[in-house]
Write a protein that binds this ligand. Structure first.
Ligand code: BJW
Ligand code: ZN
Length: 245
């Protein structure tokens, strides 16, 4: 069992401002594939080849098909103990900010209420032409790319490479990172920008930077504490040892 450093527990029990950045790894134990490593292919395509406007414009059905496949997975899985632990942390700490790169909605389903979704949400769609947002979930069996009333193609309302992140959400994320005295980077390879700059910004502003990951990443050398293991194992231990249950 992973030993939780005393310093982390003390900061949590003192209820200092806390910010958390999550990535695909937190949902891996629910059965959602991550983007990189051995899991990171769909029909021999990497995320970098599918998550772009160019890919959608040159083969809309391929990219739409990838999202339909992933919606099918997300709809059939449940949040795991890592998601539930963060929902409990939110309840225990007044100045707590959950920032996620994930689009899978599993934090919300676990009970987290204030979530900064940097890369959008897989259940939402939008028109590429008029920008109309479609919040109603689509049937995962629909193979054709839907069309908006204006005639434009409808795409997932997520952030692809080369696109801007939602600016207000990103600004709130940086403010929370800079305010945090304790920052957790959980289940992310920390290579996709600008999300990967959040832990760095937190540390530069004085936060204790804690990484939770099954493997070391680009961030590990910079972290104050690296807790190696599955987030679904480690986060519930932290919650229990701080009495946040
Ligand atoms: C576990 C575990 C367990 C497993 N427990 N851990 C500055 C410098 C360099 C490049 C750029 C830069 N600024 C912009 C860029 C370009 C680009 C970029 O970052 N490229 C990099 C590849 C270098 N960024 C952008 O284009 C961004 N836009 C932008 O910056 O706009 C301004 C701008 C535009 C144009 C020019 C310049 C500036 C947009 C990025 C959008 C990313 N979108 C995606 C798809 C979202 C929709 C969807 O889901 O389909 O976001 S790509 C994909 O990667 C997805 C993820 O959110 C994101 C991050 O992946 P994540 O979560 O880290 O997953 P993995 O798989 O990489 O890692 C999983 C980790 O979990 C691993 O470490 C495992 O070990 C671990 N793990 N099981 C704990 N049980
Ligand atoms: Zn439209």
């Amino acid at each position: 069992m992973v030993e939780i450093p005393q310093k982390i527990k003390e900061l949590l029990i003192e209820k200092v401002p806390v910010a958390v950045l999550t990535g695909a790894g937190i949902s891996a134990e629910s059965g959602v594939p991550t983007f990189r490593g051995k899991d990171g292919f769909w029909k021999q395509h990497r995320a970098e080849e599918l998550a772009t406007v160019d890919a959608f414009m040159s083969d809309p059905e391929l990219v739409w098909g990838w999202y339909q496949y992933r919606r099918g997975i997300v709809n059939s899985v449940e949040p795991n103990p890592g998601h539930f632990a963060l929902a409990l942390m939110e309840k225990a700490i007044e100045d707590f900010t959950l920032i996620t790169q994930n689009v899978d909605n599993l934090h919300a389903r676990a009970g987290s209420t204030d979530i900064l979704e940097l890369h959008g949400n897989i259940h939402r769609n939008k028109c590429i032409k008029c920008g109309a947002v479609y919040s109603k979930e689509v049937d995962v069996n629909q193979k054709e790319v839907p069309e908006c009333e204006c005639g434009g193609m409808i795409r997932p309302d997520v952030v692809w490479f080369g696109e801007m992140l939602p600016q207000q959400t990103l600004q709130s994320a940086f403010e929370a990172a800079e305010r945090a005295e304790l920052f957790f980077s959980i289940g992310t390879s920390a290579i996709v920008q600008p999300a990967a700059s959040l832990p760095i910004a937190a540390k530069r502003h004085g936060a204790c930077l804690v990484e939770i990951n099954v493997e070391s990443t680009m961030l590990t050398g910079y972290a104050d504490e690296f807790l190696q293991g599955a987030s679904g194992d480690i986060l519930p231990i932290i919650i229990k040892e701080c009495g946040f249950e």
